[in-house]
Design a protein around this ligand. Structure first.
Ligand code: XIL
Length: 660
């Protein structure tokens, strides 16, 4: 029997997750200074323009600019609190610098937004003057923090926000128990499923072929509602589809009635304008506050139209890791290493790393050992004044990950020494100046020698024996061709740059380090022939240990036969090993049926890999959870964004079951 996730239409899943020990509260600090040009932690409220701007800055060069405003309060910038340490029921302190483009003094306010609205702090400040606002607060419930102007003389003024710091005790981890509601879906195909009419007298709900129909509304809050046993502190993703054909546009609101000590209060969680005759999705998130009871309901902002809703979905956005599931590195212990890849943020997350260590025996740093991460262009420029063959390296990004691997006994695969991508352009130019010509072939090879020597020296000195293998060259063959890709490497060094790189790597790599050429689309012709040519040359030189199939696949493609043929072709060249270096399998749709196909494909791949296990040294997925994948939209990995094993995990972890 193959594992399948239930596709029952009405489904209330109570997932039993193992309780993870060691829940504790820690103080942590969150700061934003916009110097990285990112404003993604903010979202706009109303119809403002949010931009990272160099027009004003408190310190550094940039701040967040809020402009094109027409009203107070509403036209503002909202900080998403998801990434901040603010926890419901715990005090947090916040300080922020603000600057308002006005010659007059006025009121600037920081308040709660989304759900319920309340001012937390209002400060009277001067116009055109960076001013620090700070306060302490405790919130029962919070979706966003709004940064807004609140005095009438400031309507329409642009303002800037900079150097925001929030310090708080992070919430105690919520330990899910067996009864915790993790996900809920209803399309009303077999009844009202607990939904009832909220309202006095006339309001009625009934099931139709399309969904749940609500009519007889005499007040905007008359609505379909349902009780949900939510858990305080847990974030929920909510979504519902709504249809009405009575008015051109009706604003709908997904709202919450919650009760504490017998008192009911209300919050608007999300809104959507629903056009006449158009099924429209209303989506929002809600982090549950501490209440005794919760009712979710769908009301209108204005208009007493009858309407239909369907596909009401709720899922707990709750990251937890399971230690009671099969262990991939053990399942494949007799065959090959089983590993993954990590981002820097993941490597700094101890909970994730505990899980990683439990499952995987090897890791590849996703970006941290690439040339753009290691080459310090500014310092290299200085060294180049005396000697243009020098290169300065820094390991600050790689260090946390290598430290984790060392401390936890996880092997490391090094990725990557020579690549056309993620390599500073300046590396190829005289004096590390992109405005100057390319360096000569001789200087480039000397730089490469210095580069590889220092990488090997640093890693061997600080992490002896940790890095068991390296991708020496990545992606040198052009797509749809048997030829090499045009790149700075071919332009500056020439077509033999691959051979030279392997010679240098072999010269400096500690004994026993396996050296690989790594590429993608490697199973398909004509590229496979190009790769075979490169490999044959390296085998003749005696500098290569094997080939890495990146294996960024889509469900069902390439076919297993094609991959098998490619394995045979490369293995037929001589005494070489294979790595499955960056495995991921994208789905086209976020559907159970797609995830089942994905699982089947992963299962078939693993069967093939086991068949070739004498030749394969390591199988590594390119990431742990779908949301952190470089192809996140394809949900290509073994664990979902909440850390839960997907059908694909079970297909990989229980090969015998899948084969039954
Ligand atoms: C990807 C990383 O995962 C991303 O974080 C980065 O933005 C781009 O590179 N082939 C490779 C990897 O060899 O280095 C790439 O990694 C994915 C494709």
């Amino acid at each position: 029997m193959k594992r399948r996730i239930s596709t029952a239409i009405i489904m209330v899943m109570m997932i039993t997750m193992c309780a993870f020990a060691g829940a504790f509260a820690e103080e942590s600090t969150y700061s934003v200074d916009f110097e990285d040009m990112s404003s993604s932690m903010f979202t706009m409220s109303g119809s403002v323009r949010l931009s990272v701007s160099g027009d004003q800055a408190h310190e550094g060069k940039y701040s967040l600019k809020v402009s094109d405003r027409k009203q107070n309060d509403w036209d503002a910038a909202d900080l998403r609190i998801g990434n901040t340490p603010i926890a419901t029921g715990e005090e947090f302190s916040l300080s922020v610098w603000v600057y308002v483009e006005s010659d007059e003094a006025g009121d600037f306010t920081i308040g709660k937004a989304g759900g319920d609205y309340a001012y937390l702090k209002t400060a009277r400040i001067n116009g055109r003057e960076w001013t620090c606002i700070s306060f302490k607060a405790t919130v029962d419930e919070l979706q966003n923090l709004r940064f807004m102007t609140t005095s009438s003389n400031w309507i329409g003024c642009a303002y800037y926000v900079d150097d925001l710091t929030i310090t708080a005790k992070t919430a105690e981890a919520v330990v899910p128990d067996n009864d915790m509601l993790m996900s809920y879906t209803s399309d009303f195909s077999s009844g009202t499923d607990g939904w009832y009419a909220r309202g006095t007298g006339e309001t009625r709900v009934s099931v139709t072929a399309d969904g749940l129909y609500t009519e007889g509304r005499t007040a905007t809050w008359n609505s379909p509602g349902r009780d949900f046993p939510l858990t305080s502190g847990v974030s929920y993703d909510l979504s519902v589809w709504i249809y009405q054909d009575e008015k051109d546009v009706v604003p709908f609101i997904l709202s919450l009635a919650r009760t504490k000590d017998g008192t009911e209060s209300y919050a608007n969680l999300g809104t959507a304008d629903v056009k006449k005759g158009v099924w429209t999705e209303l989506k929002c998130t809600y982090k549950a506050g501490a209440y005794d009871a919760y009712v979710l309901y769908v009301e209108t902002g204005s208009g007493l139209v009858s309407f239909t809703m369907k596909d009401f979905k709720l899922s707990a956005d709750f990251v937890s890791y399971r230690f009671d599931i099969p262990v991939l590195k053990d399942v494949y212990a007799g065959s090959f290493e089983f590993g993954g890849a990590l981002t820097r943020e993941e490597a700094e997350n101890n909970a994730l790393m505990d899980f990683y260590q439990s499952q995987f025996s090897i890791l590849t740093p996703g970006n941290e050992l690439k040339p753009d991460s290691l080459i310090d262009v500014v310092y290299s420029k200085q060294l180049a004044k005396k000697d243009d063959t020098q290169v300065a390296l820094r390991f600050s990004a790689a260090k946390p990950m290598l430290d984790q691997a060392k401390a936890r006994g996880i092997k490391v695969h090094g990725h990557v020494l020579v690549w056309h991508s993620q390599t500073p352009e300046a590396f190829f130019h005289e004096g590390y100046d992109v405005n100057k010509p390319f360096v000569s072939r001789e200087v480039m090879l000397a730089r490469l020698d210095n580069y590889i020597r220092q990488v090997m020296e640093y890693t061997e000195k600080n992490y002896p024996g940790l890095i068991v293998s390296w991708d020496v060259v990545n992606e040198a063959v052009a797509d749809g061709s048997t030829k090499l890709r045009d790149s700075n490497w071919t332009r500056v060094v020439g077509e033999d740059f691959i051979n030279r790189a392997f010679e240098i790597a072999r010269k400096y790599a500690p004994e026993g380090t396996l050296l690989f050429y790594n590429d993608y689309n490697s199973a398909s012709e004509p590229k496979l022939t190009g790769i075979a040519k490169v490999m044959a040359g390296l085998i003749a030189d005696g500098t290569v240990d094997g080939f890495g199939f990146q294996s960024h696949y889509d469900v069902n493609s390439p076919g297993i036969k094609t991959i098998r043929n490619a394995f045979d072709r490369i293995l037929g060249l001589g005494n070489v090993k294979l790595r499955i270096s960056e495995l991921d399998v994208s789905v086209r749709y976020d559907l159970d049926t797609e995830y089942q196909k994905q699982a089947d494909y992963y299962g078939q791949l693993m069967d093939l890999y086991r068949e070739y296990s004498d030749d394969i040294v390591s199988v590594q997925v390119w990431g742990v959870t779908d949301d952190q994948s470089w192809r996140a939209s394809g949900h290509p990995l073994l664990f979902d964004k909440n850390g839960q094993p997907k059908p694909a995990f079970w297909a990989v972890a229980e090969p015998d079951k899948a084969a039954e």
